[in-house]
Every structure is written in structure tokens, then in C-alpha cells.
Design a protein around this ligand. Structure first.
Ligand SMILES: C[S@@+](CC[C@H](N)C(=O)[O-])C[C@H]1O[C@@H](n2cnc3c(N)ncnc32)[C@H](O)[C@@H]1O
Length: 219
């Protein structure tokens, strides 16, 4: 695994904004193995998501430590090759070319199924469904208008993560809207804050409530 020090050399300004969030996303990808990922707002986080995909691909063999449980029941993902699609949208050509440069210089992301889209989120076609949608493009005053569209492009197990929602007024308005509207009762909504920061310091996770399979008697 590459460390964030390597990434910081390439994308220093952004590295000071999502310096912890990028690791959260890295872990979500490893934890959840999303089959399709959409990122709105590229940068430091892009590298960590790509790195996580690569690390899962290299670590599939670890699945066998769960052998005892799978003697009876195999999970859907057990030992399966991991080659998710990863769409990245950004309206800024400069940031996209920076990302492309890092990928080229590190030379280790060649086989990843990553597509960098130079387009406005508003005009991106959402005909595809995503297991992980990560939104980090500002747009906080528009989130109320976009939430239905964002949720409609999630798979049934899909997760929506939105950056910087908790400690700014626009983000707060959005969260109040979610709490006050009964349509979102079918969703789990979790807010997390980095308590040592005053800006770019939080995220909201939204996912549909789902029933999971019981595989074992105890843990
Ligand atoms: C806060 S930065 C993203 C930071 C990145 N996630 C990281 O970890 O470094 C926000 C990005 O959103 C892009 N952006 C802003 N509005 C957008 C829009 N409507 N559609 C697409 N991209 C947009 C900007 O060009 C900018 O690169």
C-alpha cells in the first residue's frame, strides 16, 4: 500500500482537506467491496479509493481466513475477483489531469477500471446504479434538490457519503431537511465529525435499511 505521504507530494492543497476522509473512504472500499463507485469532486480521495480497489484485488486471498464460516455458507463475495467500475466526475480539467499524472507516475493503477469524466455533476447521466456514491463538490445549498436524484442512482445496498455536512449552515439545513421528511425514514443516516477541525470536518452516510443474511450462530 502507498502511504498518504506519497500522495501528498502530488496533491498537497487537497491533502489538507480530506486528509482523514480519504482514509475513511479507503476503508469503506475495503470493508464493503462496492462493485460500482461514483465520485463527484475529484482529488486526494480519488487516489485513496483507487488504492483501496487495488489493495482489495491483491488481498482477495485473505478471504480464506474465514474458512470455518464458509464451510457451511459461502458469502456472495467470498474469494471473488474484484474489478469494480469507478467513475469520477469533476468540472475542472486541471484537477483531472493531476489525477491522471499521479496514476501515470505511480504506474500501478493501469489495470483499474477508472473513468475520469470532465463534466458537471448536473449534466452527468445517472442511468447507471452505484454501490458507493461519494459527493464532495461543495453544492451544499443544492443538496436538498439533488437528494432524490442521488438516492435513485444507488443500488439497493448502496451507500451515499456526502462531505462537510455537519458544521456549516448549508449542510445543517440539508440535515434538518432529511430529519423532517418522512420519505427518509427507510434510510439509515449517520453523521460523523472530526472534532479537531472547524471546516471540511464531517460526512453524512445515507443508506437504505436492509436485512442481512444470518451466516453463523455466533460471531
Ligand atoms: C473539495 S474539491 C474535491 C476534493 C476531493 N474529493 C479530495 O479529496 O481532494 C471539489 C471539487 O468539485 C468540483 N466541482 C465543483 N462543482 C462541481 C460540479 N457541479 N460538477 C462537477 N464537479 C464539480 C471542483 O472542480 C473541485 O475539484
Amino acid at each position: 500500500m502507498l502511504t498518504n505521504k506519497v500522495f501528498e507530494r502530488f496533491l498537497l492543497p487537497n491533502a489538507k482537506l480530506t486528509e482523514n476522509m480519504a482514509f475513511v473512504l479507503y476503508s469503506f472500499v475495503k470493508f464493503n467491496r462496492p462493485q460500482s463507485i461514483l465520485e463527484v469532486g475529484a482529488g486526494y480521495s480519488t487516489l485513496f479509493i483507487a488504492q483501496a480497489i487495488k489493495d482489495v484485488q491483491d488481498e482477495i486471498w485473505y478471504d480464506r481466513i474465514h474458512k470455518k464460516a464458509i464451510l457451511k455458507n459461502k458469502t456472495k463475495f467470498y474469494g471473488k475477483k474484484y474489478n469494480p467500475s469507478y467513475d469520477v466526475i469533476d468540472s475542472d480539467t486541471h484537477i483531472l489531469s493531476q489525477i491522471r499524472n499521479v496514476f501515470n507516475q505511480l504506474g500501478c493503477f493501469d489495470n483499474l477500471n477508472v473513468k475520469l469524466h470532465h463534466t458537471m455533476y448536473e449534466s452527468f447521466s445517472h442511468s447507471k446504479k452505484y454501490d458507493l456514491l461519494w459527493v464532495d463538490a461543495g453544492l451544499h445549498n443544492k443538496l436538498v434538490n439533488y437528494i432524490d436524484g442521488m438516492l435513485s442512482c444507488l443500488t439497493s445496498n448502496g451507500m451515499l457519503l456526502i462531505h462537510s455536512t455537519c458544521t456549516n449552515k448549508e449542510g445543517r439545513n440539508f440535515l434538518q431537511f432529511l430529519n423532517s421528511d418522512s420519505r427518509f425514514q427507510d434510510y439509515e443516516i449517520v453523521n460523523m465529525v472530526e472534532p479537531h477541525k472547524v471546516t471540511q470536518n464531517s460526512f453524512t452516510l445515507i443508506k437504505k435499511k436492509v436485512e442481512y443474511t444470518v451466516y453463523t450462530e455466533n460471531s
